[in-house]
Design a protein around this ligand. Structure first.
Ligand code: ADP
Ligand code: MG
Length: 235
């Protein structure tokens, strides 16, 4: 059985339907990428899994629990942590305080502490007393990833961690993912940057207009198939 699974997941914002029966799964230890254009529903899917948006309980299974209607704080305690789109640091807090907030939802012991996060991102140790907002975009993204890891999650959800960053910085950020995977954490990365996603993922889903349009391993998917699933066959 998969570690995490959605079944016929539906989401609405008022009258607007954003997800139309999404089925995805994540195996223990796997890194899965979800790619799709702006507005495809990727963030809505991440918000649903992390409990920011609630659904029917049966729509999402984590381990053996039905968590579709579980609130975000409890989802975090169960072991699913999110790096939200746009980083969302606490501006009045220092780097270290932002990281420590992440430990608040800590489920148990695990590999991630201030020390191991500073080892992975040494620049954060240098800047530990700076306010989060005094950092570059890439450094802020490192804090957001570190903050999520501080709960020692079983599943890490990363929503567009490359957005707005220079290519050289994106490379640094993405270099962290294999290190995180090595600790046994299962990962979902949401991306508009197809190339980056295909490099790190064991398996890929393509999303368009609230539906999954393609699934496969990066080596099995042709550029044409991805292009059609991402933009639509007529694009
Ligand atoms: N808070 C909201 N209220 C109304 N519509 C929303 C809201 N958030 C997202 N949407 C709409 O839901 C759809 C999916 O958005 P989103 O999940 O953010 O896509 P993605 O992350 O793939 O860019 C889009 O059409 C978007 O306009
Ligand atoms: Mg998004």
């Amino acid at each position: 059985m998969a570690l995490l699974q959605t079944q016929n997941l539906i989401a609405h914002y008022g009258d607007f339907q954003a997800l139309f029966g999404v089925d995805v799964h994540l195996e223990e230890g796997e890194t899965v990428a979800i790619i799709g254009a702006n507005g495809a529903g990727k963030t809505t899917l991440m918000r649903s899994i992390s409990g920011v948006l609630n659904n029917q309980a049966e729509a999402i299974t984590f381990d053996t629990d039905k968590i579709g209607s579980t609130h975000a704080a409890d989802v975090l305690k169960k072991g699913i942590a999110m790096v939200p789109e746009g980083r969302k640091l606490f501006p009045s807090l220092s780097v270290e305080e932002n990281l420590l907030i992440g430990a608040y939802g800590r489920k148990g012991n695990g590999p991630w502490t201030l020390e191991t996060i500073y080892r992975m991102f040494p620049v954060l140790q240098e800047r530990r007393n700076n306010p989060g907002t005094a950092l570059s975009g890439g450094q802020q993204q490192m804090v957001a990833i570190g903050r999520a890891l501080m709960s020692n999650p079983r599943v890490l959800l990363c929503d567009e961690i490359s957005l707005g960053l220079a290519p050289v910085i994106i490379k640094d950020i993405y270099a962290a993912l294999p290190k995180i995977k090595e600790t046994g954490t299962s990962i979902i990365v949401v991306e508009q940057d197809i190339g980056q996603a295909l490099k790190v993922a064991d398996r890929v889903y393509c999303m368009m207009e609230g539906r999954i349009t393609l699934e496969g391993s990066p080596s099995d998917l042709s550029r044409d198939a991805i292009h059609n699933a991402y933009f639509g066959a007529s694009a």
